[in-house]
Design a protein around this ligand. Structure first.
Ligand SMILES: *[C@@H]1O[C@H](CO)[C@@H](O)[C@H](O)[C@H]1NC(C)=O
Ligand SMILES: *[C@@H]1O[C@H](CO)[C@@H](O)[C@H](O)[C@H]1NC(C)=O
Ligand SMILES: *[C@@H]1O[C@H](CO)[C@@H](O)[C@H](O)[C@H]1NC(C)=O
Ligand SMILES: *[C@@H]1O[C@H](CO)[C@@H](O)[C@H](O)[C@H]1NC(C)=O
Length: 386
């Protein structure tokens, strides 16, 4: 029997999702556990990229609209609300594990499958100072520092005096959940917060008419990789009875990877890197939110075509200034990426991929604005000649 209580926190944190070679056993365990609890999943877990990134492939051919997986309501893991941070949700989760040993034990198949401390998981809570500096962005570095400071507050259960005064302290803390005697390390807690941030879904809980929104972990459903919009072929949805289903958006063949779109904000690569630890490679990437004049708020760069001040010489100069201020060129980053790949440093790879995509996006927008300005000049001189 698995150890329960705080000790088996180790189970949650030292799971083996990243140890690819032994996946079939864990996978059988997970899928038979799901079946034993009234759910199903017609999928296999496999290496889906040359870099051995794991993902889920369809076990059989499925038609558009077919159900690929069902997760019963009582396997859903509810944490805090939408207003809780990932760190606060992690504290709530670790508290639940400690307080309800029976439930914790029942869910052990799921905990076992989560990426462990040595899996190379990367997100805002796990960036080292060196890695944060490698991003070549002061504002991302500041964001990371703030999030890590917040994580320490939640860990220690402390708040700044003015936050306490205004009732803005952490909504949950590890000390409150586990007592002062707990032996979770800050590093293990940061790992848990990162995991929760990358894996959790927004969910509806409660029974009619007492519904409320929460943040939940959805075993199995959370193994699908992300693809943007139309490139994804499945959708994860909550059913009326609270359970979750995964449906095919179009026909999927056996062996084909099953993917879903995590959230619109992933379209900005800096957000996807800090929240989920990946950078999707696009032929025409969007500007990073830190560079875009519109920030995170828009899921595409089309505003650039719609507003005169975003197509003028000032904006062109601003973007050129950013590109010139970056310490390396795209070519240098590509060479560094090749080297990181050779060394098998997945975290550095992600950061370099971000730097490259960011530069590609900047160059692309600069060219677009230059073309637009040339055309504007041409048409205004044509008007003058008339
Ligand atoms: C997946 O990748 C890992 C790590 O590179 C490797 O050990 C394993 O054999 C691969 N599994 C499959 C099924 O290709
Ligand atoms: C962690 O703390 C618990 C009591 O809360 C104790 O039983 C356990 O031995 C500790 N584990 C380690 C590895 O120190
Ligand atoms: C997505 O697919 C729909 C329907 O096939 C299509 O109308 C739409 O233009 C596509 N969107 C993108 C961004 O490709
Ligand atoms: C809940 O709804 C789903 C989808 O409609 C269905 O497949 C499942 O059997 C239902 N579960 C229960 C316990 O009624």
């Amino acid at each position: 029997m698995a150890r329960v209580g705080i000790l088996s926190l180790g189970l949650l944190l030292a799971g083996q999702l990243a140890a690819q070679s032994e996946c079939s056993n864990d996978e059988d365990n997970l899928l038979s556990w799901l079946r034993a609890n009234g759910g199903y999943a017609h999928i296999h877990v496999e290496n889906v990229t040359v870099d051995a990134l794991r993902g889920v492939v369809a076990a059989t051919d499925v038609k558009e609209g077919d159900s690929l997986a069902l997760l019963p309501d009582d396997l859903i893991i509810e944490m805090g609300t939408q207003r809780h941070s990932s760190a606060e949700n992690a504290a709530v989760l670790l508290g639940k594990q400690t307080k309800d040993a029976q439930w914790h034990n029942r869910m052990s198949r799921y905990w076992d499958g989560l990426p462990g401390m040595n899996s190379g998981l990367l997100c805002r809570h796990l960036f080292t100072e060196h890695e944060a500096a490698m991003l070549q962005s002061e504002s991302m570095k500041e964001e990371i520092e703030q999030d890590q400071e917040h994580l320490r507050q939640v860990f220690h259960g402390t708040a700044k005096w003015w936050e306490t005064l205004l009732g803005l302290g952490p909504r949950a803390s590890l000390v409150k959940e586990l007592g002062v005697q707990h032996n979770v390390t800050l590093q293990a807690f940061a790992h848990a917060a990162c995991l929760v941030g990358a894996y959790a879904f927004a969910c509806q809980r409660g029974t009619w008419p007492f519904h409320y929104s929460a943040i939940c972990l959805l075993p199995v459903m959370d193994m699908l990789n992300h693809r943007a919009g139309n490139a994804s072929n499945a959708i994860v949805d909550q059913n009326k009875n609270g359970s979750y289903s995964c449906h095919a958006k179009r026909a999927i063949q056996a062996g084909e990877e099953v993917t879903q779109t995590y959230s619109q904000v992933t379209s900005r690569m800096d957000h996807s890197l800090l929240q989920y630890g990946f950078v999707e490679e696009h032929g025409e990437p969007l500007l990073a939110a830190v560079d875009s004049a519109t920030g995170f708020e828009h899921e595409d760069d089309s505003l650039y075509g719609k507003h005169a001040h975003l197509t003028g010489p000032e904006e062109l100069k601003r973007l050129q200034g950013i590109l010139e201020s970056l310490e390396t060129t795209e070519e240098q980053d590509r060479a560094l990426l090749t080297d990181a790949r050779r060394r098998g440093d997945g975290r550095e790879e992600d950061i370099l991929r971000f730097r490259i995509q960011r530069k590609v996006a900047l160059k692309q927008m600069i060219e677009r604005l230059q073309r637009g300005l040339v055309m504007r000049q041409a048409s205004s001189s044509a008007r003058q000649e008339l």
